[in-house]
Ligand binder design. Structure first.
Ligand code: ADP
Ligand code: NI
Length: 219
């Protein structure tokens, strides 16, 4: 099987598995991450095959749905082995898929390889800006969470267990994760995109809070 066939088969499989998920992990999230990861990867001299496969597989069996932090890398490994992908590529992809997820404000999630860095940056960029805002509220809605609760302030989670068990209103997620992403970007181009998306997200939250209090401006 050619590399092009491996990518096409993987794409078809991921489309089938993620389908119309409404919690922010649908196929189009994966497609956006793939596009941005390849763009960042070209600037960083990353291996495009590893980047593309890791981007495609990064949210299959996500821990938030499966409850198992190892499930995603296991799934990626089994799938690529079945397609006879070289073991070295399989391991590089599985490592990325198994380590890229955000795990709380106080929990570092460093990426060892340049391919991992660009896929993680691309995934995090999709949590910021216009799309990121939409995804946060879509995810919150899928979990039955309120938009905002002014009586329950945000928490800086110091462990993955704490982050994983957190409930609360969606607006808190902006402070517990989204506003922290800009300073955790791995690549220069990723950081520049994150900066612009971060500013837009901040403006959005400022307006949200002004409207919440009925104090937004008339002009
Ligand atoms: P990562 O790929 O870093 O693991 P996630 O899978 O945690 O990212 O998040 C997927 C999307 O769901 C992101 O847009 C994220 O901001 C959103 N999300 C995750 N947890 C929450 C939450 N508690 N409230 C609102 N949105 C959330
Ligand atoms: Ni993702």
């Amino acid at each position: 099987m050619t590399r092009g066939d491996v990518v096409a088969r993987t794409e078809a499989r991921v489309r089938e598995l993620l389908g119309g998920d409404a919690s922010g992990h649908d196929w189009w999230h994966v497609e956006r991450v793939r596009r941005v990861a390849l763009r960042l990867g070209a600037a960083e001299g990353a291996d495009a095959f590893v980047v593309e496969l890791a981007a495609l597989l990064h949210d299959v069996d996500d821990w938030k749905a499966s409850g198992d932090p190892e499930a995603a890398s296991r799934h990626a490994r089994e799938w690529l082995r079945a397609l006879d992908v070289e073991p070295e590529v399989v391991e590089r992809v599985a490592e990325i898929v198994g380590t890229l997820s955000f795990k709380g404000a106080g929990v570092p999630t460093p990426m060892r390889t340049v391919e991992g860095k660009v896929v993680q940056d691309a995934d995090r960029l999709d949590a910021l800006g216009a799309i990121g805002i939409a995804r946060a509220f879509a995810y919150g809605g899928s979990r039955g969470r309120p938009l905002h609760d002014p009586e329950a302030p945000p928490v800086a989670h110091e462990s993955f267990e704490q982050y994983r068990g957190a409930g609360g209103a969606t607006l808190n997620h902006f402070y517990e994760k989204l506003f922290l992403l800009r300073d955790r970007m791995n690549t220069a181009a990723g950081r520049r995109l994150a900066e612009a998306r971060h500013r837009y997200t901040e403006e959005y939250v400022a307006r949200f809070l002004a409207e919440w209090k009925g104090e937004d401006r008339e002009d």
